[in-house]
Write a protein that binds this ligand. Structure first.
Ligand code: 13P
Ligand code: SF4
Length: 312
């Protein structure tokens, strides 16, 4: 799309957003033009905190389905729309409610902590939700000897076990974007750039997290690059985050860890389903809309509110 065409769409979106009293919330993995247009850009926790306090009538969620669903659960009275309803999440899909129910039956005396990257049905089966930025805090809010199930991300679960000394039972789900980040690619980048610091999202495999100079959520990674004196960073997560990193620290260099030899990128195919034209259409026609049964809305709400309360 030409620059002029993008500008025209952006203008139209800005006009409609005002007219309809809509707010555009965008995740750091969205394409740069959507991040630049959004009212708020953040990680999963920040986006749900923003969703809970908005006065807007319509929430346009430029992210993936579970994020928009979370916004709907905490705002049942508002219209929540997503530019592309097919923008799912491989990690959320790795935990089906039927299988998870059977899994839980094996551990009747365990509390259930679920990472926010899961469906509303899984949230409804959980005691509390967490994100990558508050997972340690949420886990530590339980007594040392509490029996815990952690779902669905195995890498984050194992990482939290290693940090807290817990022995949580872990559902073996994973993210198809982070789990495939190759150690060899990192070693090659590090060999060519020995002065660069490695920063990684906790959805990466344990071996990468062990090698990393810093592990954190997308907002944590961004903050680290702002504050750390290093001039070069090897970034083990999705490409979208580089937009804000470069914006805040234009003098620094950021090297994304590629997952194959075809590009120096690592894109989440679901996050990248959202485009400016789809965002415009979604705001214009106020669809596709997130809808959930009132029963599911009610059941999934308590564990999210508990997380928001514990994160204050
Ligand atoms: P953050 O909460 O760190 O933004 O992560 C969301 C996500 O989907 C990572 O793959
Ligand atoms: Fe889901 Fe992975 Fe995409 Fe994050 S990067 S939205 S966990 S598929």
């Amino acid at each position: 799309m030409s620059f002029i065409a993008s500008l025209k769409i952006m203008e139209e979106i800005s006009f409609l957003r005002k007219e309809k009293n809509a707010i555009i919330l965008a995740h750091y993995y969205q394409v740069p033009e959507i991040q630049d247009l959004a009212d708020f850009v953040g990680d999963s926790l920040q986006l749900s905190q923003e969703a809970v306090k908005t006065q807007a009538n319509i929430i346009v969620f430029a992210g993936v389905h579970f994020m928009a669903e979370t916004a709907k659960i905490i705002n049942p009275g508002k219209k929540v729309i997503l530019p592309d309803l097919n923008a799912g999440c491989s990690l959320a899909d790795s935990c089906s409610p039927g299988e998870f129910k059977k899994f839980l039956q094996q551990y009747p005396d365990h509390v259930v902590i679920s990472y926010i990257n899961c469906s509303a049905e899984i949230k409804a089966l959980s005691d509390v939700i967490c994100t990558s930025s508050n997972a340690v805090k949420i886990v530590e809010s339980f007594k040392k000897d509490e029996k815990i199930i952690f779902a669905p991300d195995r890498n984050l679960g194992n990482y939290i076990n290693s940090l807290t000394g817990r022995n949580m039972v872990i559902w073996q789900g994973f993210c198809e974007v982070h789990d495939v980040i190759r150690t060899e690619a990192i070693i090659n980048l590090k060999a060519k750039n020995p002065e660069a610091k490695l920063i990684a999202h906790p959805e990466c495999k344990a071996v990468i997290l062990e090698l990393a100079d810093y592990v954190g959520s997308t907002s944590g990674l961004l903050e680290f690059t702002k504050k750390d004196p290093a001039k070069k960073f090897i970034v083990a997560t999705e490409t979208g985050i580089l937009h804000q990193m470069k914006k805040y620290s234009p003098e620094k260099e950021f090297l994304i860890v590629p997952t194959d030899d075809t590009c120096s990128c690592n894109d989440c195919p679901y996050m990248k389903m959202n485009t400016l034209p789809k965002l415009l259409n979604c705001l214009k026609y106020e669809k596709p809309e997130i809808t959930l049964s009132s029963e599911l809305l009610e059941q999934a709400k308590a564990p999210i509110l508990r997380m928001l309360e514990l994160s204050k």
